[in-house]
Structure formats: C-alpha cells, structure tokens
Design a protein around this ligand. Structure first.
Ligand code: DP6
Length: 423
C-alpha cells in the first residue's frame, strides 16, 4: 500500500573516493571560512585501490541526530567544516523515491531528516597520509547521490567538498586536476577542473615512502594560517611564481613531458617547504629522512643529466615520488631499498605494498634479494653510512587513478540496512 510504517525504512548509498597529491601546492587562504586559496594548484589523483576513503551515508526517519563514525569510532559532526558541507548539500537535495521501499523523500524533507555517515580509509591513518581530501570528497559525492543532486554547473560539488578541506575539491576527479582559485567572493568559481584523465599518462608510476616520525606536526590549516600571516615569501610565491608554473605544468602534462613535470614538481615542493621555513616561528614538515630521500633523488637525476623521477612532500615527512615508466620505477625501488632497507625481521611483502608487480620485474622476491643490492653508480664513492635502516616504515606502489564511484554492492555498506547503524 501507499502508507508505509513511519520508521520502517533506511535509505543508503556507499561511495569510494581517491586521495590526491599536489604537484603545484595549495598553501594559503584568502578566506578561511569558505576555504578560498591564494593560488591555483594542480594534483594527480592516486589509484583508489591503494589510497581511498569509502563512505556509507544513510537517511531514516528513525535517526534522532546526525552522526558519524570514522574508521569505526564515533566522531563529532559539530565542526564548522562538516556543518558547512552538510548545509550546502542539504539545500540542494531533490525529491527522491527509494525504489526498494517505495518511499518518497520530498526535497524539503532533507532539512529535517537526520543522516548517519560511516567512513573508512584503506590505508593506515597513522601513516599521516592526507585522509581529509578523500574523506570530504567521498562524503559530498555520496550525499549528492543519496539526495539525487545534479550539478547546476561543472565543479559545483567540488566547491562544496572544498569547504570541508581545500585539497578535497581535487579528489572529485580522476587523473590530473587543477583547482582554480576563482575570484568570486562566494567561492562559486573556486572549483576543481579535470585537466586529463588517468589514461592520458598511464605509464606514470607513483611511489609513496611512508617515513617514520614520532613528532606531531602542525596541521595544514594552522601552518597555512601562520604562513599567510608571517611569510613574505608566500605572497611572492602566490603572485609571481605559481601562475607561471601552472601554465608550464599544464603544458608538461598535456605533452607527457616528464622532464618538465619532474623539474616543476620538485621546485614547487621545495618552495612550499621554504615558505614554511619563512614563517615565524618556522614550521618544519620534512625531517632528516625526507632530506636524505631528496638528496638521493637529486644525486641520481644529476648523474643521469635529466630528471629520472620527481619528489614532492606535503605537510609531513612522507615522500611521493613519480617515475615515467615501470622500468625507471624499478631502478628507483632498487635505490630506495638499498638506502632505506627495513628494520630487521620485516618481510618484503609488508615493506612494499600496493601494486608490487615491479618488484618481480627487477628480481626482488624476498629480503635476501634486498640485502644483496649493491650501491648505485652515482653513490659508489660514498661509504656505508649512507644506508639508513628503519627510517622508512613502508612503501606504497601506486599510479594515477580514477575519480569517485558509487559502490552498488550492498555488502560494501558500513551500516545494517534495517537499522542504519554500524555492524
Ligand atoms: C600541503 O587541504 O589539508 O597538502 O584546506 O585547511 O583543510 P585545509 O588544508 P589542506 O591542505 C593541503 C596542503 C598541502 C598542499 C596541497 O594538497 O595542495
């Protein structure tokens, strides 16, 4: 019949969204509340098979408040950023008929119905890998599906995700993505735009070195605010340097010009960290291991006469390294495993994770093979003090990846479909 029991239905959607790594960094806001940046940025989306957030959103008249569970633990939705995203999404909700239960949700109902949200990352949160980008992108994408929201203009959803965390706007697309800073006061033109799909440059191999660190870092949000307030270099960067690099980087990507891509990526990462050092008091995100990784790559690149790989570091010590092909990625892994072997007792299969097929291609099957690696030619003159066991926790081998998707298989939801509560 038409009339269903009032509390008898739960309607839910599950989505997965990728993380992204900036090759031209976003650093500094002109509007803290709307999260509007002072410069454009460009990123590569990482393969969601290795680095992504999966989020189930549910709605039911039986829910008594908005609630969220992150990696299995309940967290507060009281923060301004969550509130802004939820408000923006709710105001765009449309009439929805749940096919299965025959329930009609009127568009005005979204204002009063409560939501349950459960999100999990497929990579260790302790690794200090940016999880907020994937998380907010996934939340906005899943809610848009739940509420049947269609973009009125391209990038509208990215402008909502942006209000959760700036870098999240870039996770709404796969491949290579630009975040246009925009100029409107309301942020409606501060949106992400896809420059090229992941297939455009699918030979790229991306290696994340998760660097061991004990210290708690300054959050991006705080570091950015302090940089805007105290660094002169930051303003020079945003006004004079980044606009040129954005043009050059777009060209490098369009032309598969790896040498230019690598040069710009490295200098931009280094300038971002120089800006942090220029803040007062200075902010340090990289540690000794990060610096050693830079040295090892710079030495190799110089030895070969042309960039073999690029490196970039966000607001933490982890390195994200790009190689133009599987062959070069193999040479890179041989070097990194030589300089940064695991602490004793670790298996190779837990030290290099993700797409580890390259290991086989270079004949590395076990830790025995790693132990017999010899010093690369550019480092032969050095002594064994250049070997640093245990400084890297592990490596994730990945590639450019696709944008968010809806997971239609009910088994992938994080809520019981009768109660709308976590299992
Ligand atoms: C260094 O997006 O985490 O990773 O907007 O305050 O949430 P909020 O900051 P966030 O900053 C990312 C900074 C960065 C560079 C980048 O991703 O472009």
């Amino acid at each position: 019949g038409e009339q269903r029991e009032l509390n008898s239905w739960v309607f839910m959607v599950t989505a997965r969204a990728p993380t992204n790594i900036a090759v031209i960094k976003y650093w500094g806001k002109r509007d803290e509340k709307l999260i509007l940046p002072i410069n454009d940025s460009i990123s590569v989306t990482l393969d969601p098979d290795h680095l992504s957030a999966t989020t189930t959103v549910a709605v039911s008249p039986s829910f008594s408040s908005d609630r969220m569970w992150l990696n299995g633990k309940e967290v507060s939705l009281g923060g301004e950023r969550y509130q802004n995203c939820l408000r923006e999404i709710r105001s765009r909700g449309r009439d929805v008929v749940d096919e299965k239960s025959g329930t009609l949700i009127k568009k005005e109902d979204w204002q009063t119905l409560h939501l349950h949200i459960a999100s999990h990352n497929n990579f260790p949160t302790a690794a200090g890998l940016a999880s907020s980008a994937a998380g907010f992108a996934c939340l906005v994408y899943a809610l848009a599906k739940l509420m049947d929201i269609e973009e009125r203009y391209a990038g509208e959803l990215s402008a909502i995700a942006r209000q959760g965390s700036g870098s999240a706007c870039r996770s709404l697309y796969g491949g290579f993505v630009k975040w246009d800073m925009g100029k409107e006061r309301d942020g409606s033109d501060s949106i992400a735009v896809q420059l090229a799909t992941e297939e455009h440059w699918e030979e790229l191999v991306i290696l994340v070195a998760v660097v061991s660190s004990r210290q708690k870092e300054t959050s991006s949000t705080t570091g950015m605010r302090e940089s805007v307030e105290t660094s002169e270099l930051l303003h020079h960067r945003a006004q004079e340097v980044v606009p040129k690099r954005i043009v050059q980087m777009q060209e490098a990507i369009a032309n598969h010009d790896f040498a230019s891509f690598a040069r710009i990526t490295c200098v931009d990462s280094n300038q971002f960290h120089a800006v942090c050092l220029d803040a007062s008091p200075p902010i340090f995100y990289m540690n000794d291991t990060s610096h050693r990784i830079i040295n090892c790559i710079e030495k190799w690149n110089r030895f070969e006469g042309t960039p073999q790989v690029s490196y970039t570091f966000d607001a933490g010590p982890n390195a994200v390294i790009c190689a133009p092909s599987r062959k070069v990625a193999g040479l890179l892994l041989q070097r990194l495993l030589y300089y940064f072997p695991p602490d004793s007792s670790k298996e190779l299969s837990s030290y290099v994770i993700g797409d580890t097929s390259i290991l086989g291609e270079i004949g590395l099957k076990s830790m025995k093979d790693v132990e017999s690696l010899i010093a690369p030619p550019e480092f032969r003159s050095q002594n064994s003090s250049s070997i640093h066991p245990g400084e890297v926790d592990y490596f994730i081998c990945t590639r450019p990846g696709k944008g968010p998707i809806i997971l239609r298989n009910e088994d992938q939801a994080f809520f019981n479909n009768k109660t709308g509560f976590p299992f």
